[in-house]
Design a protein around this ligand. Structure first.
Ligand SMILES: [Zn+2]
Length: 362
């Protein structure tokens, strides 16, 4: 849906601008969830403008709108970089946003706006998100999060599916965290270490999931079916050779931490960002810990690889050094156990009862 707001042709809403009232379709109901979350963050962070761009047929207009919002000489606030590379980094950032829009993928980026910017604040958090792609219904929401083609997976019981409305909130909270993290803690630092980019991506995914699950508990209480199912889904990412989103431990730690805290309902987003940082640092550790985790994850992917055969050649040729003893076994066993819990059927390669996954989720 394209809207004229203040004479500017836009590809959804500049948060804080009045939306066209029409709740009659499911699509509008999903848009309303996104707007509600972003308006909440806009009130909490008055120096940041939040813009939601959607893909599909609106992608081209979204890109044009984004250029107007940014103005001339805008800078990327997510990645530390030398001043002379600023405009190259902006080019890459804009191309990445275009790619995310063209693939209907969820992403976020934070910029300092430049001269003549249409944005009303000094920083712009850009979220690309197609609510229909991510969360049209419970099955779509769940399949979108699973690491392999859903056709290769058994049907899961309906009460194991992710509630799509809660999930859309979670995705917005997760993406907004990446902006707020850069706003509050500064850009991702530069390093010439070989796997630094992957390490920082891994750390940031843990932080974003920890923050978003805390937001979920603040709104819906703990021990929801959603948080249980989410943790199971995140425990399955190694089946698709995706170790950066293997975050069940951070979700679990955050749920533990906030269960102890009687003041969660009063915690501001700032306080939850700080807590998410603490959790992610606790769980991921330092760069060397990360390399040990990657080695173990690589080994776990190979052991559970019957669904990820296309990845095995690349995995075998990408060593990360020695792994922590026993870590690969525990990753395999959690993956396999959560697979049984999710699908009510064991993983062929490494069957495990669901009890370990269920115990982890308590
Ligand atoms: Zn993320």
């Amino acid at each position: 849906m394209i809207r004229f707001v203040g004479g500017l042709l836009v590809g959804l809403s500049l948060i804080g601008q009045p939306a066209v009232a029409d709740d009659s379709t499911a699509e509008d109901a999903l848009d309303a969830i996104v707007s509600e979350r972003l308006e909440y963050y806009a009130r909490s962070f008055p120096t940041i403008e939040f813009a939601h761009l959607r893909g599909g047929e609106d992608a081209m207009l979204s890109t044009l709108w984004l250029r107007q919002l940014l103005g001339r000489g805008a800078t990327n606030l997510v990645y530390e970089h030398p001043a002379e590379l600023s405009s190259d980094l902006m080019d890459v950032s804009l191309r990445r946003i275009q790619y995310m829009l063209s693939t209907d993928s969820a992403s976020s980026s934070l910029f300092r706006v430049g001269e003549g910017a249409a944005a009303r604040h000094s920083e712009l958090c850009v979220i690309t998100l197609s609510p229909q792609t991510v969360a049209a219904n419970d099955r779509v929401a769940t399949n979108y999060m699973l690491p392999v083609d859903s056709a290769a997976l058994p049907q899961m019981p309906t009460d194991h599916l992710l509630d799509h409305r809660m999930h859309l909130e979670f995705v917005v909270d997760h993406e907004v965290f990446h902006c707020l993290d850069a706003h509050q803690n500064g850009p991702i630092p530069m390093s010439d270490r070989e796997h630094w980019g992957e390490f920082m991506a891994h750390v940031n995914e843990h932080g974003a999931d920890a923050f978003a699950v805390a937001m979920h508990v603040q709104r819906h209480g703990d021990h929801t079916d959603y948080s249980r199912n989410l943790m199971r889904v995140r425990a399955l990412t190694l089946l698709g050779d995706d170790s950066s989103h293997f975050t069940p431990e951070s979700i679990h730690h955050m749920l533990d931490r906030i269960e102890d805290s009687k003041i969660l309902s009063e915690m501001t987003p700032n306080a939850l960002i700080t807590l998410a940082h603490w959790v992610r640092n606790e769980v991921v550790g330092d760069y060397d810990d990360y390399l040990r985790f990657r080695s173990a994850a690589q080994s776990a992917v190979l052991q559970t690889a019957h669904l990820a055969e296309t990845h095995t050649a690349a995995i075998q040729t990408a060593p990360f050094g020695p792994e922590s003893s026993g870590l690969a076994d525990s990753l395999v066993s959690l993956t396999s156990s959560c697979y049984t819990a999710m699908f009510d059927t064991p993983l062929d390669a490494t069957p495990m009862p669901s009890s370990e996954c269920d115990a982890y989720l308590q």
